[in-house]
Design a protein around this ligand. Structure first.
Ligand SMILES: CC(C)(COP(=O)(O)OP(=O)(O)OC[C@H]1O[C@@H](n2cnc3c(N)ncnc32)[C@H](O)[C@@H]1OP(=O)(O)O)[C@@H](O)C(=O)NCCC(=O)NCCS
Length: 212
């Protein structure tokens, strides 16, 4: 069973990550730690120095094919794109780097501007890390962050049906089926989006049940 422990004392440290100019809205987001039976995941806002890590995943063909990223010949080719994406972040997007201990293993997104409702996104990189429970762990942390720190009422997500791992992540998190979306292609196969949603009420009830 997954046990989550939140360490609210730890705060984002800007001084050790120069020239990390994180957008104001994110620099106030606390860094959090969750303890699971086999992995400790923490989430923190992206800083400019993270661009090199994210760019390094852009040379992994399997990762890029699954994540829909443009495959690059060298991490340097993606570096400027990531630096720009971090420094000039979409104001509707809360993107948090996921770390296992101090190792970056992916990121999570909570996106949108609808009152009390955001779209969840998540990835784990590079692909050598897949299949170890990290995807489920980081997405679970994002739900906790959204409901407890952002005070959301509802979180929704969509996954391409043929992206089995992504659908499994959402089902394992007890997100409820919420319909079928547009057609989509995944690894060259025709598929479609499956929509999922979880209310704060249901998430809280499940937390209480699993604590019993
Ligand atoms: C989706 C993703 C985050 C899963 O990460 P992960 O670390 O492999 O996730 P987990 O190890 O927690 O595995 C989740 C489930 O997927 C299954 N799985 C993992 N890799 C799989 C694969 N290649 N094929 C089929 N199932 C797979 C696992 O067995 C597990 O299922 P289970 O709970 O029934 O055992 C990762 O593949 C990824 O980053 N993909 C690219 C980006 C993406 O698709 N993001 C989601 C859309 S926003």
């Amino acid at each position: 069973m997954l046990v989550m422990v939140c360490d609210r004392r730890i705060r984002v440290c800007g001084s050790c990550n120069a020239p990390a100019r994180t957008p104001t809205v994110r620099s106030t987001v606390p860094l959090r730690k969750w303890l699971t039976s086999d992995v400790v995941i923490s989430l923190r806002p992206l800083i400019a120095a993270d661009a090199s890590t994210l760019a390094s995943w852009a040379v992994d063909p399997v990762f890029c094919a699954h994540a829909g990223w443009r495959l690059r010949e060298s991490p340097v080719d993606a570096l400027e794109w990531w630096q720009n994406a971090i420094v000039h972040a979409d104001p509707k997007l809360v993107r948090l780097l996921a770390l296992s201990d101090s190792d970056p293993v992916g990121y999570v997104d909570l996106h949108g501007d609808e009152g009390g409702r955001r779209e969840l996104g998540y990835l784990v990189g590079p692909s050598a890390r897949w299949g170890q429970g990290l995807g489920t762990a980081v997405a679970r942390c994002a739900l906790e962050f959204g409901f407890t720190e952002l005070g959301l009422e509802s979180i929704w997500a969509e996954a391409i049906e043929a992206n089995t791992a992504s659908v499994r992540v959402l089902r394992r998190l007890s997100m409820q089926p919420a319909g079928v979306g547009n057609r989509a292609e995944f690894l060259g196969a025709r598929s479609r989006y499956l929509m999922f949603e979880l209310s704060r009420h249901d998430w809280f009830e499940r937390q209480t049940e699993s604590a019993r």
